[in-house]
Write a protein of this length. Structure first.
Length: 407
């Protein structure tokens, strides 16, 4: 294979992060007081975090989905308002999302190269990597993956196609992304029956009318077919029940197809560019363990908020070098205990709040949670939970501030 070089190309040599556990999420009390963790959400730079995971996970992760910055040279914002008119973007309430701006192509390629190197090392011998990009950099990424995996281990170039408006007038509308899948070896996981879909009604009609329609080959029409390598799924902007407001969120059906086809129940799935957390949520929903990493609190807060609707106990961790401010009790905010319920009263614009009924002052065990509804903006100010000797409440405001109140 020809080599692919750029100015400053060098192997990854990151300093491993020192990880510390901040809290454990027990959705609706699930798994509380049991030594069980189904997933890890880690706040930190994914390069140093992956380096810290190598001693424990090298060669052990069954599936990695990577949705890195696309080299768009844009900075993305997050919608934090609720109940807004989606047709009036000028009135949306926004906050910083993530950056995808680079000094030049060389710096972007080095960024991607270092992270793909560690992903390759973390991947199990029978594992697969799905790298999600678009026209900005997918051609370069194919060469990088060839270098790590070998061109012979290329499995698919998947085209995710979608509809939507486009201002372009000088070419055909760019309405697809590219997902490159590579295997670590020839002994990789692919569950064809887990992702079969019905044949097109026209195909069924054709085979009913003539047994020669398939040139002598008659498919199992009842079993359905394995999807082609072009997939149509609507973008999240059209999926009202999925929208979190996080930029470039991917649809759940897209990640479920990847996870169901390329991993088994109980396998470990990782996403080191976690973003809105669709990978973690899809893994939890389908009985997989998971690791999600992102460098912004807002991304992991979005992920954690989605996971309260799962059956997975989640460890929330961070790089010890990252400042993690928990503000003290704000004015006008109080907590009242009434029987087996906790009531929150506040003038803050709260997005999420949670209760640890037996706070030990070290690791926060979130046993009851309330999340602001994505569309209506409604938030329950009462949580059913019995408080022990000492309880604690944490809350996150719409603008990302975090508060802790002892009960």
């Amino acid at each position: 294979m020809p080599s692919f070089n750029w100015t400053g190309k060098h192997p990854a040599a990151p300093t491993p992060a020192t990880l510390t556990t901040d809290s454990l999420l027990h959705p609706n009390g699930l798994g509380y007081q049991k030594s069980r963790v189904d997933g890890r959400l880690i706040l930190g730079d994914n390069l140093s975090v992956m380096a810290s995971l190598l001693p424990e996970y090298e060669g052990r992760i069954n599936l990695i989905y990577a949705d890195p910055p696309f080299f768009t040279n844009r900075n993305f914002t997050t919608r934090i308002g609720r109940g807004e008119d989606s047709r009036k973007p000028s009135k949306w309430k926004l906050a910083a999302g993530y950056h995808d701006a680079w000094p030049d192509l060389d710096s972007y390629l080095q960024f991607l190269y270092e992270r793909l190197e560690l992903m390759y090392r973390l991947l199990a011998p029978n594992g697969m990597l799905y790298l999600h990009l678009d026209w900005h950099a997918d051609a370069y990424a194919r060469l990088l993956l060839d270098e790590f995996f070998g061109a012979e281990n290329f499995i698919n170039e998947i085209i995710w196609t979608y509809h939507g408006p486009s201002p372009i007038k000088s070419a055909f509308n760019r309405k697809h992304d590219t997902i490159l899948s590579f295997a670590k070896s020839k002994d990789y996981t692919f569950n064809a029956d887990a992702v079969r879909e019905p044949y097109n009604p026209n195909t069924l009609t054709t085979f009913r009318s003539s047994r020669k329609a398939g040139f002598g080959k008659i498919p199992d029409l009842e079993r359905g077919k394995v999807p082609e390598d072009w997939w149509y799924f609507p973008v999240v902007a059209r999926l009202h029940n999925e929208r979190t407001g996080y930029p470039t969120q991917k649809p759940l059906a897209l990640l479920e197809r990847i996870i169901l086809s390329s991993s088994n129940k109980g396998d470990l799935v990782a996403d080191f560019f976690s973003g809105s957390g669709t990978t973690a949520f899809a893994a939890a929903k389908n009985g997989r363990k998971f690791i999600g990493v992102d460098e912004t609190f807002r991304a992991l807060h979005t992920t954690r908020s989605r996971l309260i609707n799962s059956k997975s106990v989640v460890s929330f961790e961070r790089d010890a070098e990252i400042k993690y401010p928990l503000l003290s009790k704000p004015k006008g905010t109080s907590v009242k205990i009434s029987g087996d319920a906790v009531h929150l009263k506040t003038g803050l614009d709260v997005d999420f709040w949670e209760v640890d009924p037996n706070w030990d002052g070290k690791i926060f065990n979130s046993v009851a949670q309330a999340q602001r509804h994505g569309r209506s903006g409604e938030l329950s100010m009462e949580l059913k939970i019995k408080i022990g000797h000492k309880g604690c409440v944490r809350l996150v405001t719409v603008d990302g501030k975090q508060y802790q109140l002892d009960i």
